[in-house]
Design a protein around this ligand. Structure first.
Ligand code: XMP
Length: 504
């Protein structure tokens, strides 16, 4: 007879936190959000700790080098998507490791024979108002000029006017040599009242842009996630197929941690992949594994040597695995069971294997709940895809700015390895959708706001750190009626944006 789980499985939306006693020192500024990323022994500290408990999902629409830099700057970590060629993934990792704060690789570029109409489309798509005009339209092509909103008036100029006719030409631009320090670049910007300064090499090829508006963010952020050489830390996704070639390339490029990216991780393929890494690198290369939704899955991966274990099947916003295959489990129930297994495993072996709750975060308070339920850190896709720093286009849909967001199991991603159970290379059905999410602005502003809410809730619970929250949180299941009671009700809203749930 089949095995039946006793209880229905639940999602985050069905739980609330019950406040605990808070002393007067329990204020948000005193809350410490540091958390372990990889396993460690009792009495020791994790060799890699995040400064905030957020990591970005291993997805084409979420985690490229730009996202990784923005998130590491705030203290979190991105896992660069593995559903691309080994060379391209390694190049993204290498770009994060060689990133120089304040020096931006231009990602709004155009050719001189393109038109004003192209400029407007590019501005709308990227949200940037400074466009580099290069010979071949690439980020590092020969710089011919710059276009900003000061260079054109849409009402007075034909849309088919060539960029070369209204751009500020190279000879009229103030540029600096590629070796210029950030301090000198900022001095030039202030002295000449510029909004941006292009840095070029001896041949006049564009290397970087330095922007006046970024000045404040050039100053060191105390939360930044840095390696021992003061470079930003970055993770990378791998699969259970081409690991023998992909892992060495990513290690060589400087990846700080790897993660096997699979929709279902309770498989021998994951053990084979971890074995390969242990044989070649011992414990020096860190690798997470997953995804699992129960005790057995966790124990299998912990014993196989995973440095952390990722939890979640089918709870992601773009996932249709549950509809397509009928597998999965409510994210909260899965997490609670895996966390219990992690704690028992720690008791028995003295080895703490951090748990990552992956997918299904809708409201900011779900982050606090996931941590309270015992997650050490949280992986988010939809959340990060809405920001300026995600790799996808910003588009106007019905008068509102949206960003594109698609699942790794969608036709668009063509990431069949993530869903590969060792049989056919290409499955014949999708496990994810292609969608839009409301554009939400900069990562920094959003992460600051979300984590301020997390800190504030932690103070309501009377705790100042994630381990304390995990030990002391009091969590209650709520009835369907009390969920309705939790939102504004029985009133007519004047402005639907004030509900605070605008990103749903
Ligand atoms: P959120 O809810 O943050 O979830 O958008 C992100 C997580 O969803 C998983 N993922 C998928 N799951 N089909 C699935 O069943 C897909 O196409 C897909 N793409 C991503 C993944 O774990 C990610 O971190």
């Amino acid at each position: 007879m089949a095995y039946y789980f006793d209880e229905p499985s639940h999602t985050f939306g069905e739980y609330l936190l019950v406040p605990g006693y808070s002393s007067t020192d329990c204020v948000p500024t005193n809350v410490n959000l540091q958390t372990p990323l990889v396993k460690f022994k009792k009495g020791e500290q994790s060799p890699i700790r995040l400064n905030i408990p957020l990591v970005s999902a291993i997805m084409q629409a979420v985690s490229d080098d730009k996202m990784a830099i923005a998130l590491a700057r705030e203290g979190g970590l991105s896992f660069i998507y593995g559903s691309q060629s080994i060379a391209d993934e390694a190049a993204m990792v290498a770009r994060v490791k060689s990133y120089k704060a304040g020096f931006v690789t231009s990602d709004s570029n155009i050719k001189p024979d393109q038109t004003l109409e192209d400029v407007l489309a590019l501005t709308q798509r990227t949200g940037h108002s400074t466009i580099a005009v290069t010979e071949d339209g690439s980020a590092n092509g020969k710089l011919l000029g710059i276009v900003t909103s000061r260079d054109y008036r849409v009402s007075r100029m034909p849309l088919d006017l060539k960029v070369s006719e209204f751009m500020t030409k190279f000879e009229d631009l103030i540029c600096a040599d590629e070796t210029t320090s950030l301090k000198t670049a900022n001095d030039i910007i202030w002295e000449h009242k510029l909004n941006s300064l292009p840095l070029v090499d001896k041949q006049g090829h564009l290397k970087y842009m330095v922007f006046r508006k970024d000045y404040a963010s050039h100053k060191e952020n105390e939360n930044e996630l840095l390696d021992s050489h003061k470079r930003y830390m970055v993770g990378a996704g791998i699969n259970t197929r081409d690991f023998a070639e992909r892992v060495p390339a990513l290690v060589e490029a400087g990846a700080d941690v790897l993660c096997i990216d699979s929709s279902e991780g309770f498989t021998e393929w994951q053990k084979i992949t971890i074995d390969f890494i242990r044989q070649k690198y011992g414990d020096t290369v860190k690798v997470g594994a997953g995804n699992v939704v129960d005790k057995e899955g966790f124990l299998f991966l912990a014993k196989a040597g995973a440095d952390f274990v990722k939890v979640g099947i089918g709870g992601g916003s773009i996932c249709i695995t549950r509809e397509q295959k009928g597998i999965g489990r409510g994210q909260a129930t899965a997490l609670i069971e895996v966390v219990k297994a992690r704690d028992e495993y720690f008791e028995e072996t003295g080895v703490y294997v951090p748990v990552c709750s992956d997918g299904g975060i809708v409201y900011d308070y779900h982050m606090t709940l996931a941590l309270a339920m015992g997650a050490d850190f949280i992986m988010l896709g939809r959340y990060f895809s809405r920001f300026d720093e995600s790799p996808t286009n910003r588009v106007m849909v019905n008068g509102t700015y949206m960003k594109e967001y698609w699942g790794e199991g969608s036709n668009r991603a063509r990431n069949w390895q993530r869903y590969d159970m060792g049989g056919d290379k290409k499955l014949s059905f999708e496990e994810g959708v292609d969608s839009y999410v409301p554009y939400a602005g900069s990562l920094k502003d959003n992460v600051t706001l979300s984590l301020n809410k997390v800190r504030s809730t932690m103070c309501n619970c009377g705790v100042l750190s994630i381990p304390e929250l995990q030990r002391n949180a009091r969590i209650t299941l709520v009835s369907a009626t009390s969920i309705v009671e939790g939102g504004s009700h029985d009133v007519v809203l004047k402005d639907s944006n004030i509900s605070g749930y605008s990103y749903k």
